[in-house]
Design a protein around this ligand. Structure first.
Ligand SMILES: CC(C)(COP(=O)(O)OP(=O)(O)OC[C@H]1O[C@@H](n2cnc3c(N)ncnc32)[C@H](O)[C@@H]1OP(=O)(O)O)[C@@H](O)C(=O)NCCC(=O)NCCS
Length: 174
């Protein structure tokens, strides 16, 4: 497990972890109105996939046995990594997501050959936007009519965090 101050993250490592994620991603009460229900299978979640997909569960350091959310990253073209995240409703607004994504960003910039992390969010998902900006991502633009949810095409905001924006690790210091 990689530890921050309040939370730790670790790769999905058991069927139980995978079950929690599969159920949460398909649950509108967890994903909210701006994230499409995920079609994800257990096999997709285990680490070291050749496509660069990594799924981390988030736990509180005070109770590392209980999963409180997920950060996922997947390799895109040109050394880009896409980042996604969610937290169970009862654990929100405590700074857990910002901490977890910052740890993943530290790991990707320190260990993996990437120059750019990217996040995308529905134009109305204001809490996700605040979260992404608090992590340090910059808003780069709006892709119009590019986010399909519940049969409606909406605008999507694209954010980027470059190695030069990141500057130094927040948590993974030697
Ligand atoms: C977006 C989400 C992951 C944020 O997780 P979180 O752990 O609650 O976020 P944090 O506590 O780290 O909060 C980061 C910032 O977001 C804002 N924020 C978070 N929850 C908020 C709330 N309920 N009301 C207003 N602002 C809020 C705050 O600015 C906060 O910083 P602050 O506490 O210093 O003011 C969570 O709301 C979630 O799972 N939403 C549903 C799924 C989703 O939308 N995922 C993102 C897809 S792009």
């Amino acid at each position: 497990m990689i530890c921050g101050e309040k939370i730790g993250i670790r790769l999905v490592e058991s069927d139980e972890d995978a079950k929690i994620i599969v159920e949460a991603r398909g649950n509108p009460k967890v994903m909210g109105r701006y994230c499409p229900p995920g079609i994800v299978t257990k096999n997709h979640l285990f680490p070291e996939k050749p496509n660069g997909q990594q799924n981390y569960v988030i736990v509180r350091l005070s109770d590392p046995t209980k999963v409180i959310g997920e950060v996922s990253c997947s390799k895109g073209p040109f050394l880009i990594y896409n980042i996604g995240f969610w937290i169970f409703p009862e654990f929100r607004h405590k700074g857990y997501c910002v901490e977890a994504v910052k740890i993943v960003a530290d790991y990707l910039f320190l260990v993996v050959n990437t120059e750019r992390l990217q996040c995308e969010t529905h134009i109305e998902n204001k809490i996700a936007q605040k979260t992404i900006e608090k992590i340090g991502f910059q808003k780069e633009g709006v892709l119009r009519k590019s986010y399909l949810i519940n049969g409606i095409l909406s605008d999507m905001i694209v954010y980027g965090l470059l190695r030069t924006d990141w500057k130094e690790p927040s948590y993974l210091k030697s």
